[in-house]
Ligand binder design. Structure first.
Ligand code: NAP
Ligand code: ZN
Ligand code: ZN
Length: 350
């Protein structure tokens, strides 16, 4: 196979630049996908800047991948040439441990193979993500993207979509539930759309008033500003469930105070630093503090089919790959409505 054109971060915090790498040949269980679009997740920034530690460079980020199947191995049954396919945050796992057998490949006992900034299960070969023209992936980790979904706007479903769908399902979000969504970015705006589609009464908690009209258009009934200390008093004891998508350190204790007794705060945002939680924030009201990481492959397929049925995709701004460093800067300022998606055809100009 010819070398695969891509964009990579050469070292921690360095601007992304053109790069190319060797892609493995298509094996009997593999599919080769010509990538059309790749969403830009805040996790791409955390990792390209090595904010979580242990990053592997050069790094080709991107785990919100949608494209057309170009070639399939002889044993592939899930997809055929010409199908619209997706790849999310994982490209392999052992597929044999208890956790994998329970469709929770993201917690594989042997450690899943992340789509980038990771290694394949041989624990040697580096993985490269979706800021590239193609990807080879074992069929189990390729998703079927329903043809009814716009491919560019569907790309963010592969991470932002599943990461918010899964906790809403785990905590049984239903009609009449009061759900708070903290942070209106890529994940947050998907949480609003999905929770609203499940019948919840959604309130967005944002750092400023600027996104209020958008929040209501996305399906929120309430909107409150977290820079205003009165908000935490006013909403004390209000929510059944809070989905916290904030990418920077913040005080979880304040948000726990907005839960009703036995309510749950689910952390999905991954700030680089730890923040202390006081026992009193939890014991008064039997509150639950939980976390959630993406979703397994079966649940990701369920989410894609759910989105097709309910006509849900991401609100996107399409960018050429040449604008990726600028896009990162804009995301750091909260200036994205609500997901950048790279048009991979622009790689040919690199
Ligand atoms: P994003 O589009 O940049 O949105 C993050 C939002 O957080 C911003 O729009 C902003 O909302 C809010 N925010 C940012 N800095 C803040 C601060 N200092 N104080 C308060 N609010 C702040 O990011 P994303 O792609 O949605 O990702 C969000 C987080 O989830 C990242 O940490 C990412 O790594 C993580 N993530 C986790 C998983 C998982 O499996 N758990 C999967 C994907 C991503 P407002 O403008 O409304 O204030
Ligand atoms: Zn992501
Ligand atoms: Zn496993």
């Amino acid at each position: 196979m010819p070398k695969t054109p891509a964009y990579a971060a050469p070292a921690a915090g360095k601007p992304l630049a053109p790069f190319s790498f060797e892609q493995r040949e298509v094996g009997p269980h593999d599919v080769l996908i010509d990538i059309l679009y790749c969403g830009v997740c805040h996790s791409d920034i955390h990792q390209a800047r090595d904010e979580w530690g242990g990053a592997i460079f050069p790094m080709v980020p991107g785990h919100e991948i949608v494209g057309r199947v170009k070639q399939v191995g002889q044993h592939v049954t899930k997809l055929k040439v010409g199908d619209m396919a997706g790849v999310g945050c994982m490209v392999d796992s052992c597929r044999d441990c208890q956790t994998c057998r329970r469709d929770l490949e993201q917690f594989c006992a042997k450690g899943m193979a992340g789509t980038y900034n990771s290694t394949y299960m041989d624990r040697k070969t580096p993985t490269y993500g979706g800021y590239a023209s193609r990807i080879v992936v074992t069929e189990h980790f390729a998703l079927k993207v329903p043809e009814g979904l716009d491919p560019a706007a569907a790309a963010p479903l592969l991470c932002a979509g599943i990461t918010t769908y899964s906790p809403l399902r785990q905590w049984n979000c239903k009609k009449g539930d009061r759900v708070g969504v903290v942070g209106l970015g890529g994940l947050g705006h998907m949480a609003v759309k999905l929770a609203a589609s499940m019948g919840a009464e959604v309130t967005v908690l944002s750092t400023s008033r600027t996104k209020e009209a958008d929040a209501r258009r996305l399906g929120a009934q309430g909107f409150e500003v977290t820079k205003d200390a009165d908000t935490f008093k006013k909403l004390s004891g209000r929510f059944d469930l809070i989905i916290d998508t904030i990418s920077a350190p913040h005080d979880y204790n304040q948000y726990l105070g907005m839960l009703r007794p036995q309510g749950t705060l689910v952390v999905v945002g991954v700030p680089p630093e730890a923040v202390p939680v006081h026992a009193f924030s939890l014991i008064g009201g039997n509150k639950r503090l939980a976390g959630s990481m993406i979703g397994g492959i079966a649940e990701t397929q369920e989410m894609l089919d759910y989105c097709a049925k309910h006509n849900i995709v991401s609100d996107i701004e399409i960018i050429p790959i040449q604008k990726i460093n600028e896009a990162y800067e804009r995301m750091m300022k909260g200036d994205v409505r609500y997901r950048f998606v790279i048009d991979i055809a622009s790689l040919e100009r690199a």
